[in-house]
Ligand binder design. Structure first.
Ligand code: SF4
Ligand code: SF4
Length: 157
């Protein structure tokens, strides 16, 4: 029985290509929209990707609103008796999680340019993460001094 040959540009291949093209173009459109919204605010993007969610069942809403006050981009706002989010305005800074009075009410996931993914949903998670980042920076600085002592001495620090 003759073997079936795999032909280039088969229907299945075209479907995959079209799907990829569509998702790439919607990703580009999203990035462009974000850039347009964030530029007037002067807020820089530090993360290549991210997501945020808010559990409206546990949120203290009208008694609190601390996250709304903390958000530097106004991504969080008050609407129809509850906190709402414009995801396109969120830069995943974590200020809302840090100020939230309910653990796991706001969840943030963000990806750094080096591929590292960070997740946090409580002020404690967020502070631990920040401590970890500062520790790494400090250790990197110290290692740099040992690797390049002459450069360090010249800098006169
Ligand atoms: S993570 Fe930052 S930018 Fe996003 S909603 Fe919270 S405070 Fe606003
Ligand atoms: S800080 Fe937390 S509990 Fe308070 S309004 Fe925002 S999400 Fe709700």
């Amino acid at each position: 029985m003759p073997k079936k040959r795999k032909t280039r540009g088969s229907k299945a291949d075209s479907a995959v290509d079209i799907f990829q093209i569509l998702s790439e173009s919607s990703e580009k459109a999203k990035k462009k929209r974000r850039a347009e919204l964030l530029a007037p605010l002067g807020v820089e993007e530090f993360f290549v990707e991210g997501s945020i969610s808010l559990d409206k069942r546990t949120c203290k809403g009208v008694e609190c609103k601390l996250c709304i006050k903390a958000c530097p981009t106004n991504a969080l706002f008050w609407r129809a008796g509850e906190v709402d989010i414009i995801e396109d305005l969120c830069v995943f800074c974590g200020a809302c999680v840090l100020s939230c009075i309910v653990d796991d009410c706001i969840r943030v996931e963000r990806k750094r340019a080096d591929g590292v993914i960070e997740r946090f949903s409580t002020p404690r998670d967020f502070t631990n993460l920040q401590h970890g980042i500062s520790r790494k920076k400090r250790c990197g600085g110290i290692l740099d001094i040992y690797r390049h002592p002459k450069k360090y001495l010249k800098s006169g620090k």
